[in-house]
Design a protein around this ligand. Structure first.
Ligand SMILES: *[C@@H]1O[C@H](CO)[C@@H](O)[C@H](O)[C@H]1NC(C)=O
Ligand SMILES: *[C@@H]1O[C@H](CO)[C@@H](O)[C@H](O)[C@H]1NC(C)=O
Ligand SMILES: *[C@@H]1O[C@H](CO)[C@@H](O)[C@H](O)[C@H]1NC(C)=O
Ligand SMILES: *[C@@H]1O[C@H](CO)[C@@H](O)[C@H](O)[C@H]1NC(C)=O
Ligand SMILES: *[C@@H]1O[C@H](CO)[C@@H](O)[C@H](O)[C@H]1NC(C)=O
Ligand SMILES: *[C@@H]1O[C@H](CO)[C@@H](O)[C@H](O)[C@H]1NC(C)=O
Ligand SMILES: *[C@@H]1O[C@H](CO)[C@@H](O)[C@H](O)[C@H]1NC(C)=O
Ligand SMILES: *[C@@H]1O[C@H](CO)[C@@H](O)[C@H](O)[C@H]1NC(C)=O
Ligand SMILES: *[C@@H]1O[C@H](CO)[C@@H](O)[C@H](O)[C@H]1NC(C)=O
Ligand SMILES: *[C@@H]1O[C@H](CO)[C@@H](O)[C@H](O)[C@H]1NC(C)=O
Ligand SMILES: *[C@@H]1O[C@H](CO)[C@@H](O)[C@H](O)[C@H]1NC(C)=O
Length: 432
């Protein structure tokens, strides 16, 4: 009898707790709705007392307890601020507020959501700092806050998110150095820090992130040598360091250390020294951007081995020696049949344009090749046989002879620059 009473009493207790907690989810969502800008509340009209909670727009419930486990309001164009009551949805696993117009700050109460695995608040107008409490959500796999106005430095607590697979903090106002605790995110595969005001050297501990596939640092103020720890990340497929303050030489064995790169950009930095010829060992490489640096020496003929190369941007360096052998790479590149875009302008290239450029890829659609170099000889007639070319810039060289007869036949050609050369003769009639 006693036992029976005990059981039914506790059953009653848990029923009541169940009822209350369901009710508290509802109250939390009503509070949330009340903070959404009024003209948009109509989008949440199903959020009312006569309609079951688990069928409300954007709401997902767990099967057993009917607690809210998912809230997906991505792309709803909601405005207003995010209510701290969201932190009461204690069973929440997935929260998507991306692509709305939420202002104000990210409520620190989100740190109570210890079951949270997916958080996406990208593409809003959120300011302030990333609340430190968020780093208590230790089950997070995806944290995406890109394109907001979030400021301040990244706190060292970041390293607590040990399960994190994807971290996207791009396009914000983040400042300061990367925290050393970043090295604790050993499951991580994708990191985006682009378009912030981050600075200093990339910490050595990132060499521990051996699962990393994508590492995006572009448009910040990072400095120092090419981060030595990155040479440890042999799985990397996408490495974007564009527009920072990196300097120094690249290791000659670069291509043997990062053999899986598909896209690599170090454009707009202050790198010096020669282009490692081992880059040719990266057989997966499709995009290679090294423009706006201070690279010297020759363009490796070994590039002929990079079969899938689509974009090669080497412009605005000091490549070449104003001498005859400088364009040999052009012949080698005829092996790269996927090449679409080639830019070697603003360098120190000399020598005659080889006729073999006609055998450069048939998909070549940008050929900014020779602007501001010191090329000599005539413009080969054959150049007009590259059918998809849209831009041909050859100004400021020492080219002689006349324009090719067929120059007007390049159907796609939108931009044509031949100024500042030693060309003579008449303008070809096909130009019209
Ligand atoms: C509650 O939501 C349901 C479903 O969207 C809707 O049919 C109903 O009109 C709403 N009731 C009120 C009082 O807004
Ligand atoms: C819900 O959240 C608010 C704001 O954070 C808090 O004041 C309140 O105590 C919470 N209520 C419950 C039932 O947890
Ligand atoms: C976050 O939301 C944006 C916009 O809806 C989407 O493009 C992005 O893929 C989402 N991020 C993740 C990690 O799912
Ligand atoms: C994180 O959780 C711990 C205990 O679980 C708590 O002591 C701490 O205050 C929390 N930190 C923040 C920033 O909320
Ligand atoms: C990172 O890991 C180190 C060593 O494992 C530990 O001492 C440190 O507290 C961790 N930091 C964070 C923020 O988790
Ligand atoms: C690179 O990896 C090796 C072993 O995988 C490790 O011993 C070394 O400390 C790592 N270096 C860096 C800079 O992380
Ligand atoms: C790259 O650097 C050049 C020269 O400093 C600058 O003109 C250009 O705007 C930069 N490009 C980008 C996309 O930042
Ligand atoms: C890597 O490149 C270098 C220089 O181009 C070459 O000597 C070497 O054989 C290459 N290694 C592999 C594994 O292809
Ligand atoms: C170009 O490709 C052909 C056949 O694939 C190969 O025999 C040749 O060695 C390559 N040329 C260069 C310069 O690598
Ligand atoms: C283009 O390639 C073909 C086939 O390999 C070759 O016969 C021809 O001579 C080349 N043209 C030029 C101008 O090098
Ligand atoms: C042509 O290039 C030289 C360097 O190669 C440069 O000094 C000069 O300013 C350039 N002239 C024009 C008109 O761009």
């Amino acid at each position: 009898m006693k036992l029976f009473l005990l059981i039914s009493f506790s059953a009653l207790m848990s029923l009541e707790a169940f009822g209350n907690s369901h009710e508290s989810d509802k109250q939390a969502l009503f509070k949330f709705k009340s903070q959404v800008s009024e003209e948009k509340q109509v989008l949440l009209s199903s959020w009312n007392n006569s309609f079951p909670l688990c069928k409300w727009t954007g709401v997902t419930c767990g099967r057993k307890r009917k607690k809210v486990t998912g809230l997906d309001l991505g792309g709803f164009q909601l405005g207003g601020v995010i209510s701290p009551f969201i932190g009461n949805l204690s069973f929440l696993i997935s929260l998507d507020f991306s692509d709305n117009s939420f202002r104000g700050t990210i409520p620190g109460e989100l740190g109570n959501l210890f079951r949270l695995q997916y958080l996406n608040m990208s593409l809003n107008i959120l300011g302030g700092e990333i609340p430190a409490s968020l780093f208590n959500c230790s089950r997070l796999l995806d944290l995406s806050l890109y394109s907001n106005h979030l400021g301040q430095a990244l706190p060292s607590e970041l390293g607590s998110l040990r399960k994190l697979i994807n971290l996207d903090l791009g396009t914000n106002n983040l400042k300061g150095n990367l925290p050393v605790s970043l090295g604790n995110l050993t499951s991580i595969r994708e990191i985006y820090f682009d378009e912030n005001n981050l600075e200093g050297e990339v910490p050595v501990v990132i060499g521990r992130l051996t699962q990393l596939l994508i590492f995006v640092l572009h448009s910040n103020h990072f400095s120092g040598m090419f981060p030595p720890a990155i040479y440890n990340l042999s799985s990397l497929t996408f490495l974007d360091m564009f527009d920072n303050g990196f300097s120094g030489n690249l290791r000659p064995d670069f291509g043997n250390l990062l053999p899986n790169l598909r896209e690599w950009s170090i454009g707009n930095n202050s790198f010096t020294g020669t282009i490692p010829s081992t880059l040719a060992n990266i057989s997966t490489l499709q995009f290679l951007g090294m423009e706006y640096n201070s690279l010297t020496g020759s363009i490796p003929l070994s590039f002929a081995k990079i079969r899938y190369l689509q974009t090669l941007a080497l412009n605005d360096n000091s490549l070449g020696s104003f001498s005859a052998g400088d364009l040999e790479f052009l012949v080698a590149l005829t092996n790269c049949t996927q090449l679409q875009s080639l830019d070697v302008s603003f360098n120190r290239l000399g020598g005659d344009l080889p006729a073999s450029i006609v055998n450069l890829s048939m998909s070549l659609n940008k050929f900014a090749l020779v602007e501001n170099n010191k090329l000599t000889g005539i413009i080969p007639q054959e150049i007009m046989q590259i059918p998809t070319l849209v831009s041909l810039r050859m100004s400021n060289n020492s080219l002689t002879g006349s324009l090719p007869e067929d120059v007007g036949r390049l159907g796609h050609l939108g931009k044509l620059y031949f100024a500042h050369n030693k060309l003579s003769g008449k303008l070809p009639e096909t130009l019209g």
